[in-house]
Ligand binder design. Structure first.
Ligand code: PMP
Length: 391
């Protein structure tokens, strides 16, 4: 038998051991984690909708109508009218012909990629794509070629030398760096080389683009240019689940072929009604986007003036680059001692030597919350040895 205990010990020694905190109460910036009140800068609730009264009310109102459990998979008898209504709403929201509601973003990526590419095909995947995309590529049994992060010229060279069916997949907003993929250029090379483009906009939906329609909408890219658009609902939308949107024929194909759609129980239908409510809030409340992006600009200005190394990101994902795993943990720990929750992200989630603190902002944060973070960062500056401090 493999020595699992030894492997766990080795992880601890390398600063790679992962732990979970027990959160009590609703998700919001001030939360109780392991019995301690902390100000959190690590959730993906970018618009502060995870605890939104109108969405909670929509869930409560739907429950007597729909009951609680999904009861069966969609293709057996689990596909409720509430799911159908959400799919129509998601198609309208994304400006696509049709949409399909998945249980999680992880399952959407796994299901979509493995359904749309198979043995003998080639998938081209950005090096920094999310784990669920990587796993979807493996599950597909297609040949996988990774291209350097955001490097459209490198991708184009690979596409040019490859024959057969081609699929290109990218995060819209990269989950650990916060930067945005060069979507217009990707759409151009995909069209030139007859490749199917799949964009996972898990971190762009709700935050970027007109009415929060995401990074693809920000560039005005049509269904022809980005035929497969994936989004998650557990981040800015503040509920749970995910969707794929695109041409009706492709959605029909996914219903036939996407195993993570077919072989799983449908989500509680009342949750679909809460998600519709949340999309309404997202469309009409530009103030939430303006506020969170305002916090981002102020943070970037003041944290970089302290000498912290940031990434070229204009989204609510603002990593502070550290390098060494233990240093990243030490900074996270020092912030926690000052009442702040900011998680250290280490390999394999990020490349070796690129450990970081992933600071994320929410419209639920106040300017005073940001003051607290900046004050603590200023006090902890000496813990980070990698970059020279110019205070
Ligand atoms: N795609 C990306 C880019 C993500 O960051 C994540 C989750 N962090 C997912 C997909 C998975 O989404 P979910 O949490 O709904 O499974």
């Amino acid at each position: 038998m493999r020595d699992f205990a030894l492997e766990l010990e080795e992880r601890k020694q390398a600063g790679l051991y992962r732990t979970r905190r027990h959160v009590a109460g609703p998700q919001r910036p001030s939360l109780i984690a392991d019995g301690k009140l902390l100000l959190s800068f690590c959730s993906n609730d970018y618009l502060g909708l995870a605890n939104n009264p109108a969405n909670i009310e929509a869930l409560r109102n739907a429950l007597p109508e729909t009951g609680l459990g999904g009861a069966a998979s969609h293709l057996i008898c689990g596909h409720h009218d509430a799911h159908h209504q959400l799919e129509l709403r998601l198609a309208e929201f994304t400006g696509r012909s049709s949409a399909l509601f998945f249980s999680t973003g992880y399952m959407a990526n796994m299901g979509v990629i493995s359904a749309l590419a198979g043995r003998g095909d080639t998938i081209f995947s950005d090096r920094l794509n999310h784990a669920s995309i990587i796993d979807g590529c493996i599950l597909s049994r297609a040949r996988v070629r990774r291209y350097a992060h955001g490097d459209v010229a490198a991708l184009e060279a690979m596409l040019a030398e490859t024959s057969g069916h081609k699929l290109v997949v990218t995060d819209g907003v990269f989950s650990m760096d916060g930067d945005i993929a060069p979507l217009a250029e990707l759409a151009r090379v995909c069209r030139a080389h007859d490749a199917l483009l799949v964009v996972d906009d898990a971190h762009g939906i709700g935050v970027l683009g007109p009415e929060g329609r995401g990074s693809v909408a920000e560039l005005g890219l049509s269904e022809d240019e980005v035929p497969v658009l994936i989004g998650t609902l557990g981040k800015a939308v503040g509920t749970s689940g995910a969707f794929v949107a695109g041409p009706s024929m492709l959605m029909d194909y996914l219903v036939q072929k996407a195993r993570t759609y077919i072989y799983t129980t449908a989500m509680p239908p009342a949750l679909a009604m809460a998600t519709i409510s949340s999309l309404d809030v997202i469309e009409r409340d530009q103030g939430r986007r303006d506020h969170v992006l305002g916090l981002v600009s102020r943070f970037r200005c003041e944290a970089s003036a302290m000498g912290y190394e940031l990434m070229p990101s204009r989204t609510p994902i603002q990593p502070i680059m550290i390098g060494d795993n233990h240093d990243a943990l030490a900074l996270s720990q020092a912030l926690e001692e000052r009442g702040l929750l900011v998680s250290a992200i280490r390999p394999p989630t990020v490349p070796v030597g690129e450990a970081r603190l992933r600071v994320t902002f929410s419209a639920a944060h106040s300017q005073e919350d940001l003051d607290c973070l900046l004050r603590a960062l200023s006090q902890c500056r000496d813990l980070v040895q990698k970059t020279d401090v110019a205070i």
